[in-house]
Design a protein around this ligand. Structure first.
Ligand SMILES: Nc1ncnc2c1ncn2[C@@H]1O[C@H](COP(=O)(O)OP(=O)(O)OP(=O)(O)O)[C@@H](O)[C@H]1O
Length: 532
């Protein structure tokens, strides 16, 4: 009964409403009108880009009407122009998807006129993709790209709002995170969200899959700002710009000689920019499934080192085939024999100790080998390549064996002594590669892996969940990897490709760059291995 009475009391309204019913009704009407107009404006604001485009269309139609004298003819002309633009847009998208397949069948397609036309269209598409990279480098170009991305940005804002509403992400006050900034990126769009009290990047991360579906995208990557925990970067990934790229040319080929003290050109990132890594005082770990491109990546670093008169190369190559051409350029070379491999590591340790002792004796405080000291004292940088690290740490050795211990010692102690470790393996789990060794690498690169866990094992815990997973690397697109080096976020990189002929050629022509010093005994010098 009391509930019923209460309802009746509510319907009677406030005292003011009872006293001035007409005024109250007018106020209510104005408030409802205001709310309606507000909602209309908010919706119109969300669709502002589309409304602007419709406005432009109407303006063009009016101009055409004026010019042609008939509204119907003007409509037909405008409709035809829009239809052509739409067909071109669809063609662009379709060719983008088919480009890798067309590229692979180029030889067969070149044989007939239809195939040749297809190849020409694919070439035009590649040119247009390249044009975006060129435009990005100039201010006017950036403005054009910004204008071209307006509709996509407006759409992603709506999608994200719908997605957040759909998963009931409002806090207790009914507020969604504020979308502070949206910009177009080579892979899609990047938004910055400001969390309201009760919300966090971690909470948002649990909804990543729903948001990915709401944005109709390949993926979303959610990362908390390291300085302000309420700021969240959401990368909406719609395309893979590296998918359609053909082999990347290594620009070290343009130089007669290089220096290991200078950054190594390793390939191209998603923005189409060259990626250069400084290897001095660093260590790099390459891992991924068989055939994903690790050895080819190592070859890029090898070629740079080989063309550097200030670098010596040392190899441990259980496969016997990957680095065999470099045997003459190398200071030391070991194949699968565990004693030979250990001897190379011990040689590196002895050299590292010698250098540290030398640094200690130099005047002043010398914390590391610098370019000046190296040039003054005639000390070359040593680049130590170990391919298939797991062979020595799990197949014929153990993760606690002398090889693993020596490798760990080199990575941890000789950074300042000008020793650069470049290690590669297929699957760096703790039973194969000791975690104490893996965690020491300042640069890691994850080629394609089959599981999220393997991807995390290479890059570090949690990256795969945030969308940086090596499982989403296309199987057919070899040489692509996630690189965690400078910067807070991993970068998707396609490594440069150096063909076997060039490698064979460089392995002979660069022998002249081998630093002249007292010959160091090479462990693997028996006749059988020299022949291999
Ligand atoms: N950067 C690249 N660009 C184009 N193709 C590449 C690239 N890297 C690798 N490939 C292709 O992938 C093939 C396998 O590469 P690679 O031998 O380097 O793989 P891997 O990961 O070292 O394999 P494994 O673990 O079996 O040694 C190469 O022969 C080449 O055809």
């Amino acid at each position: 009964m009391s509930g019923r009475n209460k309802t009746v009391t509510e319907r009677q309204g406030t005292a003011a409403e009872r006293l001035f019913p007409r005024a109250a009704a007018t106020i209510e009407f104005v408030a409802a009108l205001g709310r309606g107009i507000g909602r209309l404006f908010r919706t119109a604001y969300l669709f502002r880009v589309e409304l602007l485009l419709i406005g432009c269309g109407v303006w063009v139609w009016l101009r055409l009407w004026n010019w042609l004298g008939s509204p119907v003819t003007a409509g037909k002309v405008l409709g035809s122009i829009l239809a052509v633009l739409l067909v071109l847009r669809l063609l662009y998208a379709a060719v983008g998807k088919a480009a890798p397949t067309i590229g692979k069948r180029a030889d067969r397609l070149a044989g007939n006129p239809f195939g040749r036309a297809l190849l020409r269209i694919a070439a035009a598409h590649t040119w247009l993709v390249g044009l975006r990279t060129v435009l990005r480098r100039h201010r006017v170009g950036r403005v054009l790209l910004w204008a071209a991305g307006m509709r996509a940005r407006a759409r992603v804002v709506r999608q994200m709002r719908d997605g957040l509403t759909g998963v009931r992400f409002e806090n207790n006050a009914g507020k969604l995170p504020r979308i502070r900034k949206v910009r177009t990126t080579p892979v899609g769009e990047r938004m910055t969200l400001v969390c309201k009290p009760g919300q966090s990047a971690e909470l948002l991360d649990t909804r990543a899959e729903e948001l990915r579906a709401a944005a109709k995208s390949r993926d979303v990557r959610i990362v908390r700002d390291p300085n302000r925990s309420d700021l969240v970067t959401v990368d909406v990934v719609r395309r893979d710009p590296l998918a359609a790229t053909s082999a990347i040319r290594w620009d070290g080929l343009d130089h007669d000689a290089l220096s290991m003290w200078d950054p190594v050109h390793i390939g191209m990132d998603e923005n189409g920019d060259p990626v250069r890594l400084s290897m001095v005082e660093r260590q790099i770990f390459l891992a991924g499934e068989p055939g994903s491109g690790k050895s080819s990546g190592e070859q890029v670093i090898t070629c740079h080192a080989a063309k550097s008169p200030d670098a010596e190369l040392l190899f441990i190559d259980p496969n016997r085939v990957q680095f065999a051409p470099w045997a003459d350029r190398a200071t030391a070379y070991a194949y699968a024999d565990p004693d030979d491999a250990l001897e190379v590591l011990n040689m590196v340790r002895a050299e590292g100790d010698r250098r540290l002792a030398l640094l200690e004796k130099l005047p002043g405080v010398q914390r590391k080998l610098t370019r000046e000291i190296a040039e003054g004292e005639g000390i070359p940088l040593w680049v130590l390549f170990i391919d298939e690290l797991a062979y020595h740490t799990s197949v014929i050795g153990t993760t606690n064996g002398p090889f693993a211990k020596a490798a760990r010692d080199i990575v941890s102690r000789f950074r300042a002594a000008g020793i650069i470790p470049v290690f590669a393996t297929q699957r760096p789990t703790s039973d194969v590669v000791p975690t104490s060794l893996r965690d020491l690498f300042s640069m890691r690169t994850a080629y394609r892996t089959t599981t999220l866990a393997s991807s995390d094992v290479i890059l570090g815990e949690g990256w795969a969940r945030q969308g940086y997973s090596a499982t989403d690397i296309d199987l057919a697109n070899r040489g692509v990897s996630w690189l965690l080096a400078e910067g807070a976020l991993p970068r998707r990189v396609k490594w440069a490709w150096i063909d076997d002929e060039t490698i064979s050629d460089l392995s002979m022509t660069t022998v002249r760059f081998k630093p002249r010093r007292d010959p160091v005994p090479t462990p693997a010098t028996d006749d059988t291995e020299q022949e291999g």
